[in-house]
Every structure is written in structure tokens, then in C-alpha cells.
Ligand binder design. Structure first.
Ligand code: ZN
Length: 149
């Protein structure tokens, strides 16, 4: 990754950390779940409004470090209007992006690409995937809190 690209990615992460998008509870939530990353202390609650298999709205509360907060914020932006099947596919792609050195960039990932750098920091992968694991639990109506440990 070139230095310029890395700087740009860090700028986007910092922006989402300082000004998280879609933060707050969702009154009309059809699904919700809580997640916790004990290693870093990140905590997140994901709220979803799913209608007829399509994500109408998604919000989050909590989070923690810059990576966990930015990842949750970027995730909420990426999900609106997608079907649950598309969300599952995106989660797999995102998981590959942050864990697999050979993962190829995918246009579908869009801005989520800025988190690719965490794969160099294994402890940070849990920060970056916490919101996604919690989302997954919410979609499947699992109500016991998710833990990355
Ligand atoms: Zn963290």
C-alpha cells in the first residue's frame, strides 16, 4: 500500500471516529444485539429495521477505540437498502479483507476498504469485526451478548 493511500485511509477512519454516522438507538428496530470485545474494551449495540428481507435502517450505540467506532459507522453506511443475503455476502468479503493477505479488493466493499490495514495488527481485527459479528447475531435474533473472545 502506498503512503498516500494509507494516509487517505487513516483520514477516513479518523473522520468516522470523530463524527460517527448513524449513531443512536433505533425506535423501530426489528432486530438488535450487543457485542463486546474484552481485549480492547469495545462495546457496541446494533439496531436494525428489516422489512421484507431488506435493511431499511441500521444504527449503533457505544463502540470504543477509533477502529471499532469507525468500523461500526462505516458498516451502517454500507448496509442500508441491502437484502439480508447481500449483507451476509458483504460480511464474508469484509472478513476476508481484514484477515486474508491475499484478499482482492472488491468494488462491493466501497469505503470499507479503508480498514484493510488492520490485517497487519491481529489484535485490531477484533475491533474492526466486532460490529459485524454483532450485526450477524442481531439478524439471527441471538440475544446473548456477542464476545470476540
Ligand atoms: Zn478496539
Amino acid at each position: 500500500m502506498s503512503g498516500d493511500l494509507r494516509d487517505l485511509y487513516q483520514e477516513v477512519i479518523f473522520d468516522h471516529y470523530k463524527r460517527p454516522r448513524n449513531r443512536g438507538a433505533l425506535e423501530a428496530a426489528t432486530h438488535h444485539a450487543e457485542g463486546h470485545n474484552p481485549l480492547c474494551g469495545d462495546q457496541v449495540t446494533i439496531y436494525l429495521d428489516v422489512d421484507d428481507g431488506v435493511v431499511k435502517d441500521v444504527r449503533f450505540e457505544g463502540a470504543g477505540c477509533a477502529i471499532a467506532t469507525a468500523s461500526a459507522s462505516l458498516m451502517t453506511e454500507a448496509l442500508k437498502g441491502r437484502t439480508v443475503a447481500e449483507v451476509d455476502a458483504l460480511f464474508r468479503r469484509f472478513h476476508d479483507l481484514v484477515t486474508d493477505d491475499n484478499a482482492k479488493a472488491s468494488p462491493e466493499l466501497g469505503k470499507l476498504e479503508v480498514l484493510a490495514g488492520v490485517r497487519e495488527f491481529p489484535a485490531r481485527v477484533k475491533c474492526a469485526t466486532l460490529a459485524w459479528h454483532t450485526l450477524n447475531a442481531a439478524l439471527r435474533n441471538r440475544h446473548e451478548p456477542v464476545s470476540t473472545e
